[in-house]
Design a protein around this ligand. Sequence first.
Ligand SMILES: Nc1ncnc2c1ncn2[C@@H]1O[C@H](COP(=O)(O)OP(=O)(O)O)[C@@H](O)[C@H]1O
Ligand SMILES: [Mg+2]
Length: 270
Amino acid sequence: MIRTVEDRRDGDRRGGERRDRRELGEPIIEFKGVWKRFGKTKIYEDLNLTIHKGETLTIIGGSGTGKSVMLKCLLRLLSPDQGSITAFGEEITGRDEKAMLPIRARIGMLFQGAALFDSLNVKENIAYPLRQHGWTDEDKILHRVQETLDMVNLPGVDHKWPAELSGGMKKRVGLARAIAIEPEVILYDEPTTGLDPTNVKNIDDMIIDLQKRLKVTSIVVTHDMGSAFRVSDRLAYLSNRRIDWVGFKDEVETTDSSSVRDFIHGNLDE
Ligand SMILES: Nc1ncnc2c1ncn2[C@@H]1O[C@H](COP(=O)(O)OP(=O)(O)O)[C@@H](O)[C@H]1O
Ligand SMILES: [Mg+2]
């Protein structure tokens, strides 16, 4: 099933390519009727969202609304109380760690803060998920590490330590680690937080570039509306314990839902 929407935004360019039509591929990840609470605090009440193959979808919403928790539920680092989450057509809820491995092997994650292991050098940071997924050949590992560092424009830093890197470089190493396993889906949690405008643009460009080159599906969480509009095909607004609005970014200005528009306008300068 392909849904197409005319692109009404003249001159919209993405990765230097004019796209006149918007298309949605087949569903690749689905949240269906998801409920979640922590103690007495209700986080989700009947949350639904479908992410389609090849798109970049950004989840926006106020602080503490459960954006990161969505990504963690998708990796099954947390579990919903009720409802279904599927990835690649397979149910995730209820899976144990072992059963999650083949799913996690297809999903790369850039965590909030891009936390690198300070006690491991860049090479071992990037090799970590490879080793987790059974890579043992040292030559192959080094080759893959160098390949991914090239992709994030940081060739030759494999021997450096996290403490020797700037904030922007750390994010890029985190990104290299996320793509090392050649994921089909990449999750980005606040990838540009704490970066200066040049580095923000840098990371945004990389998200767009990876989507184009690797044909991955990307789910981004950000509070930076500039980034959200640059990198995304669609936006999903998390509010009132559910996905309150979802649509192509150019539909924001014409939607009947004023709440998403108000949220975006209220956060444009952040
Ligand atoms: N493991 C946890 N245990 C208890 N509460 C949590 C846990 N993870 C997140 N929360 C709470 O759930 C809410 C949503 O968190 P989060 O998804 O991190 O928000 P954000 O939208 O800012 O990313 C917050 O109130 C947070 O304190
Ligand atoms: Mg968060």
